[in-house]
Design a protein around this ligand. Structure first.
Ligand SMILES: Cc1ncc(COP(=O)(O)O)c(C=O)c1O
Length: 390
């Protein structure tokens, strides 16, 4: 296949224009680097919205998938399957104690939908308490819990969930919002789309206590924060365990996977046939997920994310730029809040050969592959020094 940029753009025009485009076509990757259709190389500081956790064309991952492709691509959940069982065994190694039953789907938003349905079946209630600035996805249930008006307003009438949004880290607002009508409290322990904000552990623990007091289900959305903050899950690593833990993105190195982990009690209360997915847990994707988790575990990419993350954040904090308002994050999930719009900086970084993301209008967001070393961190810092002081 040898498409030039013009051909690629012309064919892409057949899509509904939902995304602001970035004017380059990514055609190849190698480790922590991506290449466009002209052969230009970029440092990958975003892993395509936090998914390519092992970087690109990882040899062991590629070999496992190639092997699986030659055996079996799909096996519906009504059959047992060896690749799916391998994936489930790897998930069991990282699931917080007591939250080990899973539903496998194909995206973060689907994993959230499942969580909302399971919270309803467990409680018989429908009220949701979520956080301002929170992001949970674009399907209707997940969208109801997402805070940003621009995503919600066009669909307000059909969302069908009673959702109260409370200030992030606001203890009093959380206490006031949770009641005997609450089916679920759903929070991101580290907000991603909202601008890289870490929850106070006291606030997460209060959510745990309130859920217990009122018989509500505590859902932590670790779709974005999963795997890259120095541990499989930020919440459990910090001592707060939910009733439902939702993850996706980095778990399968770019393959579409959502995982909704629940307690035995919630699982036992879900009526058979109450939920399902044709593609969820299929053998190809499950093999990819199993291999990703195996590599993360054996290469201790969790410790690597913590170490390289601390290293790069310290270097960014040391940058002398009057354009920086704050540096926030943990592990390889970090952001720079600017005193100016982030869009032009994102473009300048891209031109300089670094691909990053934004969160809102003011924050430059970084979700690099978990295989980053200090060399890639230094390359990012050098590029930031240029564009922020340029
Ligand atoms: C915290 C969080 N939840 C849910 C989602 C939705 O995931 P997906 O885009 O895979 O549907 C995202 C996506 O960015 C997310 O960051």
């Amino acid at each position: 296949m040898n498409y030039d940029l013009e051909t690629i753009i012309a064919a892409d025009a057949a899509q509904i224009p939902l995304y602001a485009k970035r004017d380059i076509a990514l055609v190849r990757g190698e480790g922590s680097y991506l290449f466009d259709s002209t052969g230009k190389r970029y440092l990958d500081a975003m892993s395509n919205y936090g998914v390519a956790s092992l970087g690109h064309a990882h040899p062991a991952f590629t070999a496992a998938l190639t092997d699986q492709l030659g055996k079996l691509t799909t096996a519906h959940q009504s059959f047992y399957n060896d690749a799916r069982s391998m994936f489930l065994e790897e998930i069991a190694r990282i699931a917080p104690k007591g939250v080990g039953r899973s539903f496998l789907s194909n995206s973060g938003t689907e994993a959230i939908e499942a969580a909302l349905k399971f919270a309803r079946t467990a409680t018989g209630r429908s009220g949701i308490v979520a956080a301002k600035r929170g992001y949970h996805g674009r399907t209707l249930g997940a969208l109801a819990a997402t805070a940003e008006k621009k995503y919600r307003e066009p669909f307000e009438g059909i969302l069908g969930q009673a959702v109260t949004h409370v200030g992030f880290n606001d203890l009093e607002a959380l206490e006031a919002a949770v009641s005997a009508e609450t089916a679920a409290i759903m929070l991101e322990p580290v907000q991603g789309e909202g601008g890289i904000h870490l929850a106070d552990l006291e606030w997460l623990q209060r959510a745990r206590d309130l859920a217990d007091t009122f018989g509500a289900i505590l859902i932590f959305d670790e779709v974005q924060s999963g795997f890259r903050t120095g541990a499989p899950f930020y919440s459990a690593a910090n001592g707060v365990v939910p009733d439902i833990l939702v993850t996706a993105k980095a778990i399968a190195n770019g393959l579409p996977v959502g995982v909704t982990l629940v307690t035995d009690a919630i699982s036992d209360g879900v009526p058979g046939g109450a939920h399902g997915s044709t593609f969820g847990g299929n053998s190809l994707i499950a093999r990819g997920g199993a291999e990703t988790l195996r590599i993360m575990r054996e290469d201790d990419l969790y410790a690597n994310a913590a170490g390289v993350g601390a290293y790069v954040m310290a270097k960014i904090e040391a940058l002398e730029s009057n354009r920086i308002r704050a540096v926030r994050g943990t592990g390889l999930m970090f952001g720079i809040e600017l005193k100016m719009k982030a869009g032009p900086m994102l473009k300048a970084l891209q031109d300089r050969g670094v691909l990053a993301l934004m969160a809102g209008t003011l924050v430059l967001r970084f979700l690099p592959p978990m295989i980053w070393t200090e060399q890639q961190a230094d390359e990012l810092v050098a590029a930031l020094a240029d564009v922020l002081n340029g």
